[in-house]
Design a protein around this ligand. Structure first.
Ligand SMILES: Cc1cc2nc3c(=O)[nH]c(=O)nc-3n(C[C@H](O)[C@H](O)[C@H](O)COP(=O)(O)OP(=O)(O)OC[C@H]3O[C@@H](n4cnc5c(N)ncnc54)[C@H](O)[C@@H]3O)c2cc1C
Length: 399
């Protein structure tokens, strides 16, 4: 016999779970809602971990998505420091780390992602950090402030952390495979803009370099060595090498996984087991906007997918049709916004000026708009969103 029964079991105490719970109540759900999360804190915003929380401008309370009474006022129970250890889809039952057995009517898995770890010589040395949680951010601030720091990776974690640590007096160097920062996602011309902003603030960037190993003394990292022989002195290292979906629970429950490694869900965000949904970083969904299956790690996607799941649990039969939106800040030096993601593109059309730090890049595949990046021209995103959804041929003069 289960110890208790809930109507909605939301596994994972992050953004998607919290958004789903709120949207369920706002939409009139009147059953018991239980969020189970294994972290120390109530659901929080992860994005300041590399920005304002890392620099100390924002406190732990300020980055919570909602204060404790938001949950109690809505009759939502949010467990922290508790894992779902096992999920039995046929019995609709979950086993928690506190030994409780919980039966459920509906469930959503929003277990997020874990950092991708690099397994090179010296990886075990002290002073080498990854960043996913508030605790990781605390450890980096403590260890790296005012020191020589090497960032591995030129995407948003590497660049944002370099900017934030520079604010804290660190001397930062980025080492990455790409020729210029952000070039994988946004192409080289936009990448050069972001790299010049970093370099103008004293950050050194080494592109086209592959990490070979870490060297240390007395158990602590002292150098980062690239395959080319480049050897950088480092008092601390932060690795931003991407993330892998956390599918441990889903795999154990026999849910179908997608080719990206995430939990495979349809356009309604339903998994291979009826009445179990998945959302956020862990979900690979059939995008009706893109006509292909996607797994995306963006704040806005986790938030909106949590809401789509709630709508479907309330019987709305709603496809997830929101164009994924991403933002990133480099300290208060510059910010970017992006609609996409583009798998590939053959042309970039630029409006505005890189020199003035206010521009929009339109990414075209044939005559169709597939993505748009902007710095300082948010208003351009409205029309871009419509063009991406409609798939219409783009009139270049109108852009
Ligand atoms: C440092 C950092 C900076 C970021 N900055 C940006 C940004 O600027 N812009 C942007 O768009 N996106 C950004 N992101 C991405 C964004 O934060 C994520 O896409 C979003 O948090 C995903 O939400 P989620 O609910 O899917 O997963 P998560 O927020 O990862 O939540 C999942 C939770 O589930 C828990 N969990 C896993 N398994 C279990 C289990 N079995 N039982 C109980 N709990 C479990 C995990 O511990 C975790 O707490 C950033 C991410 C990081 C790490």
């Amino acid at each position: 016999m289960p110890d208790r029964h809930v109507d909605y079991l939301l596994v994972g105490g992050g953004l998607a779970a919290s958004s789903c719970a709120g949207a369920l109540r706002d939409g009139g759900a009147d059953g018991e809602i239980l969020i189970v999360g294994r972290e120390l804190d109530l659901p929080y915003d992860r994005t300041p971990c590399s920005k304002g929380y890392l620099t100390g401008k924002r406190t732990r309370e300020e980055v919570l998505l909602h204060p404790a009474d938001w949950y109690s006022d809505r009759g939502i129970e949010a467990l922290t420091r508790t894992s779902v250890m096992k999920l039995d889809p046929s019995e609709r039952r979950a086993t928690l780390s506190n030994k409780q057995q919980v039966s459920f009517r509906h469930a959503m898995l929003a277990t997020g992602a874990n950092v991708r770890r690099l397994n090179v010589e010296g990886s075990e040395l002290d002073g080498i950090h990854y960043l996913r949680t508030l605790g990781n951010s605390d450890a980096i601030r403590e260890d790296a402030s005012g020191r020589r720091v090497v960032l591995i990776g030129g995407s948003y974690i590497g660049t944002e952390v370099a900017a934030s640590l520079t604010e804290l007096g660190a001397q930062c160097t980025i080492l990455m495979l790409e020729p210029v920062v952000h070039s994988r996602g946004f192409g080289e011309q936009a990448g050069r803009f972001f790299q010049s902003v970093l370099e103008d603030h004293g950050i050194v960037v080494h592109g086209g370099e592959e990490l070979d190993r870490f060297e240390g003394a007395d158990g602590r990292v002292t150098h980062v060595v690239a395959k080319s022989g480049l050897r950088l002195a480092a008092d601390a290292v932060v690795i931003g090498a991407g993330a892998v979906p956390d599918v441990m629970l889903a795999r154990g429950a026999g849910l179908t996984l997608g080719d990206s490694g995430g939990i495979k869900v349809d356009s309604r965000l339903r998994t291979s087991v009826p009445e179990i949904y998945a959302a956020g970083d862990v979900a690979q969904y059939d995008s009706v906007v893109h006509g292909r299956s996607l797994r995306i790690e963006h704040w806005d996607v986790a938030h909106n997918q949590g809401r789509t799941v709630a709508a479907n649990l309330l019987g709305k039969d709603r496809p997830h049709d929101v164009v994924p939106y991403f933002f990133s800040d480099l300290s208060d030096w510059t910010s970017l916004e992006y609609l996409g993601p583009a798998q590939e593109w053959d042309r970039e059309v630029v409006r505005g000026s890189f020199d003035e730090g206010a521009f929009t890049v339109y990414y075209l595949s044939g005559e169709r708009l597939v993505a748009t990046l902007t710095v300082g021209r948010s208003e351009d995103l409205m029309a871009a969103r419509e063009l991406i959804v409609s798939g219409e041929t783009v009139d270049l003069s109108a852009l």
